[in-house]
Design a protein around this ligand. Structure first.
Ligand code: NAG
Ligand code: NAG
Ligand code: NAG
Ligand code: NAG
Length: 445
């Protein structure tokens, strides 16, 4: 079955680091999605109607992005840490009290209802349930609201529906199954609903999502969120027969004048020549895409990582995940420290002064030649191009190693996160049926 898909818009916060080329013609914004390939636009693209004009300096952008990442890391770690009480083995796909974060970096154009209403929904590989702001919403940031009354295919779900047991803290009324979530600094109250969701030309009838009635805070993705996680209620779970739990994306370089890449859903048309590593499952935290990272090479040196520092542990949630919503990769402190130290040692010219910028502790004020960085996974080495680990200021010559240590508080010390800055210009293939994740270089255009 061939499927075609909606536009994916890259909302990378970094955008303001690299001002858009205003000569970019917006004509391609309207280009139809075709076959099973979706266009991805950088948020700096004029194609993204949600984009804000850059108002912040490079330094401010970096700091802001990092603080958003910090909130996301807390969210990811809350997913990763095992519940304290033993006993209940069944997965709770959306844990009570979980924290969603504000820094979802991509949005997908999805059409909801009959006739279709269009939304730019943030795509998030570490979340499952979808939600959109609905008409009458109090506190939603966007004026683009889903009007359920105008859709002939809309159906509210009630407490008798099994999906009501798959959302956090459901509340029952006579007519609705409602639930609350936190998302970064925001909270969201939604009614569980079903309607036809159309991705490009593929209509998925009876798609279950949350219809947001109330939002507080300012970190809610303006037009909703589409979860690409592995758990129940995710896009994968709800489109099993259509997409076979298989998708890939290529995130364009934020330096690309084209600012577009692609998301490909389903097994058809996925790359043949691609390296794989095994996907690992944490039964307690079913959303996350864990892999087995076994080492890191800096230049020619495989750094000495303390034993166990990279190990996958489904009980504690420790290990390494690929995530589309975090911007800069995080390594647990003992791993980050040895990688950073080796990196500094191998930067030329030698003995340059090193400065900090926000959470980045390895910045240089003059142009440098950096060593390569290779992420070593079981069965797959990924050597990152310099653009995937060095962030440069648009004005001036400052550059920083675009990675950081995972937060050190007890909840957050466990996860290594391979983030979207490190994934750009690669095709990342999530092949859940075969329990593998593929990575191949690809220049996204
Ligand atoms: C959910 O949020 C709504 C609106 O803010 C509030 O009235 C309700 O008490 C909350 N429910 C739960 C279970 O926290
Ligand atoms: C959401 O549920 C509440 C009751 O919990 C109801 O008053 C409201 O009309 C519902 N909204 C929609 C759009 O169904
Ligand atoms: C990855 O690189 C290391 C060190 O260079 C090498 O020993 C190993 O065989 C490589 N693994 C694969 C799967 O290519
Ligand atoms: C920009 O991307 C489109 C596909 O979205 C492609 O057809 C076109 O060739 C690209 N242009 C450049 C200059 O790379």
């Amino acid at each position: 079955m061939s499927a075609s898909f909606p536009l994916l818009l890259l909302l990378l916060s970094l955008l303001s680091l690299s001002p858009p080329s205003h000569s970019l013609t917006p004509t391609s914004c309207a280009a139809p999605d075709h076959s099973s390939t979706l266009q991805v636009f950088h948020a700096a693209s004029p194609c993204d109607p949600t984009k804000q004009p850059p108002t912040t300096s490079w330094q401010d952008s970096v700091l802001q992005t990092q603080s958003q990442d910090q909130a996301r890391l807390q969210f990811l770690s809350s997913l990763a840490v095992a519940p304290p009480a033993a006993g209940k083995k069944s997965v709770v796909p959306i844990a009570s009290g979980r924290q969603l974060v504000q820094s979802a970096s991509y949005v997908v154009r999805a059409k909801i209802g009959t006739p279709a209403q269009t939304f730019l929904m943030a795509v998030d590989t570490s979340n499952d349930v979808a939600w959109v702001p609905c008409s009458g919403c109090v506190g939603c940031p966007s004026t683009t609201l889903f009007s359920s009354g105008k859709s002939t295919s809309y159906k509210p779900l009630g407490c008798q529906d099994f999906q009501c047991k798959q959302v956090p803290s459901p509340t029952c009324t006579a007519t609705a199954c409602s639930f609350n979530m936190t998302y970064g600094g925001s909270t969201v109250a939604a009614n569980l609903s079903q309607d036809t969701v159309t991705l490009a030309t593929d209509a998925v009838p009876g798609y279950t999502f949350g219809c947001i009635q109330k939002a507080t805070g300012n970190s809610v993705p303006p037009q909703g969120l589409l979860g690409l996680g592995r758990g129940p209620l995710s896009l994968l779970s709800q489109t099993q027969s259509l997409y076979k739990s298989t998708f890939s994306y290529c995130l364009p370089s934020f330096k690309s004048p084209n600012f577009s890449g692609s998301l490909r859903l389903g097994p058809v048309g996925q790359p043949i020549r691609i390296k794989y590593t095994q996907l690992l499952r944490n039964p307690r935290r079913s959303s996350l895409y864990y892999v087995n990272m076994i080492g890191i090479r800096v230049g020619r040196k495989i750094v000495d990582i303390p034993p166990g520092a990279l190990a996958f542990n489904p009980t504690t949630g420790a290990g390494t995940i690929f995530d589309s919503g975090t911007v800069y990769s995080r390594l647990v402190l003992p791993v980050y420290t040895v990688v950073r130290d080796e990196f500094r040692k191998r930067v030329t010219p030698k003995n340059l002064p090193v400065s900090s910028l926000g959470g980045f502790d390895t910045c240089y004020a003059v142009p440098i030649v950096a060593p390569t960085i290779t992420l070593m996974f079981a069965g797959m080495n990924v050597t990152l191009p310099p653009d995937n680990f060095l962030i440069h200021s648009t004005s001036g010559t400052t550059s920083c190693l675009a990675m950081a240590a995972s937060p050190t508080d007890p909840l957050n010390s466990v996860l290594n996160v391979i983030a979207n800055f490190q994934q750009q210009n690669h095709r990342i293939l999530f092949d859940v049926p075969n329990s593998r994740l593929g990575v191949a270089r690809e220049t996204c255009t």
